[in-house]
Design a protein around this ligand. Structure first.
Ligand code: RIB
Length: 318
């Protein structure tokens, strides 16, 4: 049995239909810009993380909401084909399924606009319905693409039940300190960290300072995603940087989701936080080498082989 198989993670989060195009640059206001290579992919930070958890060999349950439309059908079918428990993904007639509009630029970066739509119909009552599953699981992770009060209700329940709680702090938006304090681990990227800390973040030094500001406000542990500069662990004991694996980036979409999910599975399975971050760096790097959100998420075997090849050492599979 691989270490992930013993773990059950509940993800409270969003499901989106991603429309992806290649663009030379951002359009100016009032401009119609021709782009190319339109492709559709299943995405959404929550669903991506549930898929990434399942591909790590762990059991994944998603608590979410999609519309009663063919896009919702498509997304739920995809999740089920990855073995995810979707019994807590509610279908709503109130709103359409969430959609993300993603531009990929020649330098390998992207930019995303999202209408969360049905994801905003998720309520604390959905968390109450998921109570038993959350109480039986090992860990709960969530994102900020669903209403913040829902994330807070989920974290309160999970913490009361003694579960590991991990908050992927994307996308950048207002998040009460109270919620950040409920998370065992808060994992933002630089933009999200700047938003949470209310200060500019650019590079390791300012990132560390902003993370320390969160700690001084009662946040327990920050695991920062620094993209091509790797990641950084910031705790009251100090900060430690973990270099990135060098790769040819094709599409960074969902690389952060792959990272947070792999980290959560490894940490919940008993790895040290440092080992969980090293492994997660491998998952995030591999996700950036492929186009699309969910199609790019690697399996445990792929991450293990990649990390072993790059570090020259086999991970302990027990
Ligand atoms: O984290 C990547 C995701 O962000 C995309 O799949 C898109 O749906 C947006 O939610």
């Amino acid at each position: 049995m691989s270490r992930g198989q013993a773990v059950h993670v509940v993800v409270v989060g969003s499901s989106n239909f991603d429309l992806v195009v290649k663009a030379e640059r951002l359009p100016k206001e009032g401009e119609t810009l021709l782009v190319k290579n339109l492709q559709f992919f299943p995405g959404g930070k929550g669903a991506n993380q549930a898929v990434a958890v399942a591909r790590m060999g762990a059991k994944a349950s998603l608590v979410g909401c999609v519309g009663q439309d063919i896009i919702g059908d498509f997304l739920v079918r995809g999740l089920e084909s990855d073995g995810i428990d979707t019994t807590m993904v509610r279908r709503t007639p109130e709103r359409a399924t969430g959609c993300a509009f993603i531009m990929l630029f020649p330098n390998g970066n992207n930019c995303i606009t999202v209408d969360p739509a049905a994801n905003l119909s998720l309520t604390p009552t959905d968390i109450e319905r998921a109570r038993e599953v959350i109480e039986r699981a090992d860990a709960l992770m969530s994102v900020l693409e669903v209403p913040v009060e829902v994330v807070e209700a989920a974290f309160r329940l999970a913490r009361k039940a003694g579960k590991l709680t991990v908050l992927d702090a994307g996308p950048p938006r207002h998040c009460p300190l109270e919620l950040l304090r409920l998370a065992d681990v808060v994992s933002p990227n630089e933009t999200e960290l700047a938003h949470l800390a209310g200060e500019e973040v650019s590079g390791r030094v300012s990132a560390r300072e902003a993370a320390e500001k969160l700690l001084s406000n009662g946040v327990k542990t920050v695991v920062l995603k620094l993209g091509s500069d790797g990641s950084m662990l910031v705790t009251p004991k100090g900060a430690k940087h973990f270099p990135a694996f060098k790769i040819e980036a094709v599409d960074p979409t969902a690389a952060g989701d792959a990272f947070t999910a792999a980290f959560t599975v490894e940490y919940a399975a008993g790895s040290t936080i440092e080992d969980a971050i090293r492994f997660a760096n491998g998952a995030g790097a591999l996700a950036a080498t492929k186009l699309g959100a969910q199609p790019s998420l690697p399996t445990r075997e792929e991450v293990e082989a990649f990390v072993a090849q790059r570090t020259g050492e086999k991970r302990n599979r027990s």
